[in-house]
Ligand binder design. Structure first.
Ligand code: NAD
Length: 263
């Protein structure tokens, strides 16, 4: 799918890796100026930024905001105003995972997951709203998960945060509906990224089974297609949501999960 985003400006949080990187590339490929964000080695991040900019012929910036720090998140949004004079698209994507039974779940891990996977989207949305309202157009897309709709054992903080982000999505959608701003959530099933690769090892430990068994009987067991969701499939939905054609899709939680949550 392609849609012209020429002249528009976007922020994608957690875009130094995985899904966020793919989504940011798709926006840049369609003409949007993009602010990347995320953790990682500064030299690698700079190479990613420069490559995306050169490949698509658009301005690509990087902001190092830590998604646990509200002031840094606000400054990242302010960078769009400072550099581009506008913000059309905000993709709240940064996220982490930790797998453990609740009784052993480290309290600081719970707090960190809620901060990065849920509260950071509140801070970014809060900071973006005045610009989007003034423009009378905006698109906020939250990367939730199939785990925003259903649970799995040992992922209490992640499942709670992802259910929470659907509540934030619906509330913001109602508040912004008359301002030309839509707010939606994409709920992917399993996508093969570093986040999932790390889980394979963690799940094997928590369940006392081999990594191969986790892939076969845990990860793809939930997904009726028995196939990982691809970056291209997520890019396609994002491009639709940010296009003019997506203007009436608002407050929706859209599964891209091969049928997982149909069960
Ligand atoms: P990933 O680990 O490949 O990427 C996560 C990104 O978030 C990285 O850029 C990382 O640097 C960034 N990040 C982490 N902590 C941060 C912090 N404190 N401040 C700033 N950035 C931070 O993961 P992914 O699989 O691409 O996941 C992206 C999003 O998609 C997450 O919200 C995840 O929950 C969601 N998701 C992933 C899957 C999947 O199967 N991979 C499925 C459903 C939903």
């Amino acid at each position: 799918m392609s849609t012209s985003l020429k002249g528009q400006a976007a922020i994608v949080t957690g875009s130094t890796s995985g899904i966020g990187h793919a989504l940011a590339s798709a926006l840049a490929a369609n003409g949007a100026r993009v602010i990347l964000n995320g953790l990682g080695d500064p030299t690698t991040i700079e190479a990613t930024r420069a490559e995306m900019s050169a490949q698509h012929g658009v301005e690509v910036l990087y902001h190092p905001a830590d998604m646990t720090k509200p002031a840094e998140i606000a400054d990242m949004v302010a960078l769009a105003q400072r550099s581009f004079g506008r913000l059309d698209i905000l993709v709240n994507n940064a996220g982490i995972q930790f797998v453990s039974p609740i009784e052993d779940f480290p309290i600081e891990k719970w707090d960190q997951i809620i901060a990065i996977n849920l509260t950071s989207a509140f801070h970014a949305t809060r900071a973006a709203i005045p610009m989007m309202k003034a423009q009378k157009r905006g698109r906020i897309v939250n990367l939730a998960s199939a785990h925003g709709l259903v649970a799995s054992p040992f992922k209490s903080a992640y499942v709670a945060a992802k259910h929470g982000i659907l509540g934030l999505t619906k509330t913001a959608a109602l508040e912004l509906a008359t301002f030309g701003v839509t707010v939606n959530a994409i709920c992917p099933g399993y996508v093969k990224t570093p986040l999932v690769e790390a889980q394979i090892a963690d799940q094997a430990k928590a369940r006392g089974i081999s990594e191969e068994e986790v892939m076969r009987n845990v990860i793809l067991a939930a997904q009726p297609t028995k196939a990982f969701v691809t970056f291209e499939q997520l890019n396609g939905l994002l491009l639709y949501l940010v296009s003019d054609a997506g203007a009436s899709v608002n407050g929706a939680s859209l599964p891209v999960d091969g049928g997982w949550t149909a069960q």
